[in-house]
Design a protein around this ligand. Sequence first.
Ligand SMILES: [Mg+2]
Length: 267
Amino acid sequence: MFGAIYGDIIGSYYENHCTNNYGFLFAKDSSFTDDSVMIAAVCSTILNDPSEIGILGIRARSRQFASRYRQFYSQYPDAGFGKMFSEWAKDPYAKNNRSYANGAAMRVMPIVYAYSEWNQMMRQVEASCLPTHNSREAKTAAYAVAAAIRMALDGKNKAEIRKYIQDKYYGLSQPLEQIRATHVFDSRASYSVPPAITAFLESHDYESAIRNAVSLGGDADTQACIAGGIAEAYYHEIPNHIKEFCDKKLSMTTIKTVVKQFEEKYG
Ligand SMILES: [Mg+2]
């Protein structure tokens, strides 16, 4: 999980200072953003109630996710949440949002670790999407990221992961270099999530996945969060200098406490 959170932290500065430089520096002003807060909220939901659900349980489960999203939002309202999400989070009676952005895909990682059985995992992913990202586009991105992480954890290689995602969710034929040439900041799920997956597929270790994602020059924190989450599951190794840089930004946060607790149970 920290692989995703570190990606969020490293990418945070470049969300506002877009770069195409693969060798970019880790910026002093980096901090965790809404991506990390929501990953912690998902961890908290699962720790609080790890029960499996049937198809008929998806709605009830989505209300549990919703209440944790709101709880964590209220702790970190200034972490970079979008306007639509903030308005939803502040209104306890708000209906499910139909956002088509990448916010559902960036927070699914804990579900994959907690539920290894494929159908159960996807049911939980759907429940996690419903409150705020109840659109086909956002859900597809969340399913694709969950699938990639599950396959990485199960020891599948990159060709297998690529083929599965291509057959089921997205064409991934465009190489990163080509994508980078025209890529811009756009949080739309179908625009930003496939390049984040490609950033992982073209990586050779954890750090290169993060660098690939940030240097797309797009929604850097979320794309690095997604690429980092997959890379962590695939490489099982994060360099110490990245851990040290990012852990400082997390000290004394509920995010760290909750995610650590989650990793002790499911990591
Ligand atoms: Mg963010």
